[in-house]
Write a protein that binds this ligand. Sequence first.
Ligand SMILES: [Zn+2]
Length: 182
Amino acid sequence: MMQDRLEAVQDEAVRLEKVLASLSEELNANPPENVEDAQKQAENVQKLLDTLTRYEQELQKMRKDADVKDRQQKEIRVRAAKTKQEYDQLKVTYDKEFKEDTAKLQQMRARTDEEAKKLEPGLLNKYKSIKQHCTPPMAKLINGQCSGCFMSLPSATLLEIRNGSRIVECDNCGRILYDAGE
Ligand SMILES: [Zn+2]
């Protein structure tokens, strides 16, 4: 928009300068015959000159604004380049960590699969189904309470857990309970 306005003003200034030139040619060829005519012509010329001055001022302001905008754009470009550099460095670190963590995760998954083979399938399925609504699916016994939902457990349940004769679930949250000592 600024560029368009700049060109329009420049064109208009050129046109006015031509008008002024032809006016002065005409004055030279046909000098005013009386004072009134001379005054009228002088007023016309002055009007043109005033308009030209206004255009000149507008052009100066536009050039100044353009300089400011150029500087701002340059700063933005410098900042963008710096940000890009920081991003690239971070990306390298991220890629490295991602690769390492993926390898670790694969190892852990392989270990989980190995361990799962040692378990009774029914028990593992129970664990998985509890996991769908409770995380973690197992809860430690702390001071006679389920550490998952903090409900106090009846002494019969505590006894069963300590006996270890069967898997005991919390009546309230359904987590598999285990004694901290085991
Ligand atoms: Zn519970």
